[in-house]
Design a protein around this ligand. Structure first.
Ligand SMILES: [Zn+2]
Ligand SMILES: [Zn+2]
Length: 163
């Protein structure tokens, strides 16, 4: 069953994610950083896949002193330690989401870059089956489907009528 346009569930509470961050920061003997915590909770609570630029803008709007380069550094750290994952959506670059999320797949519009999410057990099962048929065990999967979304198709159709 494909279920789209649903809010993919978080598999861990924000508190638990934050205390994991604290443990990594302590283990690495780093200074705690309010900005790092802020970026992580921002990504956790976001319904969309955020670009570094959008995160930097959010920080600025919330009167947090920050630069795009420090956002890049924070994102790299968070991705290295498995707190966030990135997805290459279009030419504009990477977008980020929280790693503690139900397993899901992405549909990306090639025109506007909109990213949609869906869960499909049939696709998952098929992959397990394919791996098994090759005497392998499925470890992970990553599916991106590229489309023209309904909004972009509508725009196109309207243009076709005008010209
Ligand atoms: Zn689109
Ligand atoms: Zn996603």
């Amino acid at each position: 069953m494909v279920s789209d346009n649903i809010k993919i569930k978080r598999t861990e509470s924000l508190d638990s994610v934050m205390s994991r961050l604290q443990r990594v920061v302590m283990a690495k003997r780093l200074k705690t950083s309010k900005q790092r915590e802020y970026v992580l909770s921002l990504i956790y609570n976001s319904k969309i896949h955020l670009s570094p630029e959008e995160i930097a803008l959010k920080l600025k709007n919330d009167n947090k002193d920050s630069s795009l380069s420090s956002v890049y550094r924070i994102l790299q750290f968070l991705e290295t330690y498995g707190f966030v994952t990135s997805i290459e959506a279009d030419k504009s670059g990477k977008r980020y989401e929280i790693a503690a999320k139900e397993h899901h797949y992405h549909i990306i519009c090639l025109d506007c870059g909109n990213i949609m999410e869906f869960i499909d057990d049939d696709i998952r099962n098929k992959q397990v089956e394919i791996a098994k048929s090759l005497q392998c065990e499925l470890v992970s999967d990553n599916l991106r489907i590229f489309v023209l979304c309904d909004k972009c198709l509508n725009k196109k159709n309207k243009k076709d009528i005008i010209y």
